[in-house]
Design a protein around this ligand. Sequence first.
Ligand SMILES: [Zn+2]
Length: 259
Amino acid sequence: MSLHRLLIAGVIGPELARWKAAGQAPVFWWRDDDARRPSPALDRLLALSIRLDAPITIAAVPDGDIAALAKACAAVPGAELAIHGFRHENRAPAGRPSGEVNDQDRLADVMSELGAAMEVFRRAGVTPRLFVPPWNSAHPTLKQALGRQGLALSCYGQMRCAEAPGRLDAHLDVMRWKPRPRFRGAVRFLLRARRLLAERRLMGAWDQPLGLLTHHLDHDESAWRFLEAFLPVARPVARMSLDEPTLQASSARMTLRAG
Ligand SMILES: [Zn+2]
């Protein structure tokens, strides 16, 4: 047994046993950020998704042609492409947290940026349904624009709530970012996972999804190896299967048409 498997069993095993005793299993989903085009790291990510039967949502930056990326993802069962910002450009005023949309931006301009991003997806044959803002920064003006376009939002750390039914966040980042990107470390990652799992169990929030977050272009070898050990335990489901019925009026319409 690998060290990662031992740590997974030791740190979250008892918590998972409590879920099982209650007749429940946690719901995981998987988001990977910062794709633009195929690369050896993307190949490795997609191969992992196929081999471990772990559907993935890939947040892609629409600042160029994403057709090759879309083609690579189309061959992967359950893979979905989400819009990752406009140009992944930090436009926050000095001293403020990084973000692409700021207080000076007018809704009309954000709508036009969003329209252009959606057009990049459509040209690649993809209908976008989810928006992942760079640096997980959801400015109110951006939220307004997403609402008008019927796009759901994915940031980091929040639980699902009635006020934002379509929002589906990631919660467990395999990476640490400062001072440089590297694997977060198995124990650090697993302690956070254990805390979030226990929180959900104690609230009886059994269906609250837990989002795994990866960045394939930044993974070191430890991050890849940990993923190989963690994914078979998490057994993530496709993001689309977690769509809230209230938000997905369009899928209801599709069902009606299909009926
Ligand atoms: Zn990013």
